[in-house]
Design a binder for this molecule. Structure first.
Ligand code: EPU
Length: 414
């Protein structure tokens, strides 16, 4: 991706459906033999990868429109997705909870995903075990099976997003009641619970740290609209501010962005909310702030790198504490190549001195959000930025180059 920086973004942009909510919704379709229709599905790489995972299990996954998917899992032919598919997509591990509930068995390699720190799955496995599943390892795969699952009280060591989702999928049709204590509250987790309830599940405590799932006999197909992608919305909000621009971001759920909006306002960015849109504009000098990435409703770890780029343009010293993953500051090396003054202490704290003019350079996208952060840096930089390995960004952002170009950015794919 080539970016000629320094152009203030102007105009309006519409946000696509949430990547991470779509992963859960696609896995939920495995629970029933009827059709599930998903609407507002983002056209991104990871949706294609998840579709391949489901097809490898015998599912029919077909587009019904540009952003619509029909998934039919009437005839599942397997319970073990190929390792090469799972290795690239962390969300694919959600098929385990769904297959365990539907077929009583699943086998899956440890899921891959972005290199952002340790990413254990003990919350998932301990939960399956407490519900009566046998959990083992064979030839590099986790193998789980059960003679029906039984509801239990599950304490999650950490409020894991995929862990909570996996346990909800498994528990929806378990015998009796399952309580997940220390559950994740992220909007993407809430979204899965809402979709499961639309399929006949009985889940309460949605969006709190204690989620209760009363097991039901059977679920049925549904039509479900994917929630807006709060991370894409946040990225565009920062793009507006960092380019001294003014952008209306449409189709968002402002409540999902409270922590980001609060921090951006504290730094001096003007943000007006109206219904499902945000108007974001740069308003003179930015001030340094301290940010901490935390589980929801704290600031999303996925917006930590984009926010850090904004803080390179703020006057003073900003502290960035990454408290979700233990190695999510690797992008700092790339940012320094562009002139940012950032030092890290350990692998979870960055100290940013600003404002520093950013200078177009050749850099590399290390993962989805680190890549998005470099795009933001390129938009703000003088001269030309060349971002390699930008396929990472395509996994999670729908046509990001086109959308930014629509706002006046000079971006080209080569
Ligand atoms: N953790 C445990 N035990 C577990 C699972 C996780 O200790 O069994 C710890 C991890 O070590 C980590 C923290 O919990 O420190 C957070 O991990 P979590 O399990 O919540 O992350 P995830 O479910 O693997 C999802 C998103 C990520 C997002 C995180 C945090 C999907 C497909 N992925 O990952 O999204 O950063 O939640 O909100 O939903 C992205 O979209 O770019 C992305 C990386």
């Amino acid at each position: 991706m080539l970016i000629e920086g320094g152009k203030p973004l102007q105009g309006s942009v519409t946000i696509s459906g949430s990547k991470n909510a779509t992963m859960g919704a696609m896995a939920a379709a495995l629970l029933v033999p009827e059709d599930c229709h998903l609407e507002n599905v983002p056209a991104i790489g990871d949706v294609g990868h998840m579709a391949e995972v489901l097809r490898s299990l015998g599912a029919i996954v077909e587009p019904t429109s540009e952003h619509g998917l029909r998934i039919n899992c009437a005839e599942l032919t397997g319970c073990s997705p190929p390792t090469e598919l799972v290795g690239n997509l962390r969300g694919s591990f959600l098929v385990v909870g769904a297959l365990l509930a539907r077929l009583g068995q699943a086998a899956c390699a440890p899921p891959g995903g972005d290199v952002i720190g340790q990413r254990p799955i003990d919350v998932h496995l301990a939960g399956f075990g407490a519900m009566g599943a046998r959990v083992g390892r064979e030839g590099g795969r986790y193998v789980v099976d059960c003679d029906g699952l039984t509801g239990a009280t599950l304490f999650a060591d950490y409020p894991s997003v995929l862990g909570t989702q996996n346990l909800m999928l498994a528990a929806a049709t378990a015998r009796g009641t399952t309580t997940i204590v220390n559950a994740a509250a992220e909007p993407e987790v809430q979204s899965l619970a809402v979709m499961l309830n639309s399929m006949g599940a009985r889940i309460s405590g949605i969006g709190t740290s204690v989620v209760t799932i009363h097991g039901v006999e059977a679920l049925h197909g549904t039509t479900y609209r994917i929630i807006p992608d709060r991370l894409e919305a946040g990225t565009f909000a920062i793009a507006a501010a960092i380019t001294n621009g003014q952008v209306e971001i449409q189709g968002v759920e402002p409540e999902h962005l409270l922590s980001l909006i609060a921090k951006m306002r504290e730094a001096g960015v003007k943000i007006e909310e109206s219904g499902d849109s945000l108007r974001v504009r740069w308003d003179g000098e930015l001030r340094s702030v301290t940010i901490q990435a935390l589980p929801y409703p704290g600031l999303a770890t996925d917006l930590q790198a984009p926010m850090s780029v904004l803080l390179t343009q703020a006057r003073g010293v900003s502290y960035v504490h990454e408290r979700v993953f233990d190695n999510r500051l690797l992008y700092v090396t790339e940012l320094r190549k562009m002139g940012a003054e950032v030092v890290t202490t350990g692998t979870t704290t960055a100290i940013i001195s600003g404002p520093t003019p950013l200078i177009g350079s050749s850099v590399r996208a290390l993962d989805i959000r680190a890549g998005a952060a470099l795009i933001l840096a390129g938009l703000a930089a003088s001269g030309r930025t060349e971002i390699a390995d930008v396929y990472h960004v395509d996994r999670g952002y729908e046509r990001i180059g086109d959308k930014l170009r629509g706002l006046g950015a000079a971006i080209e794919r080569v």
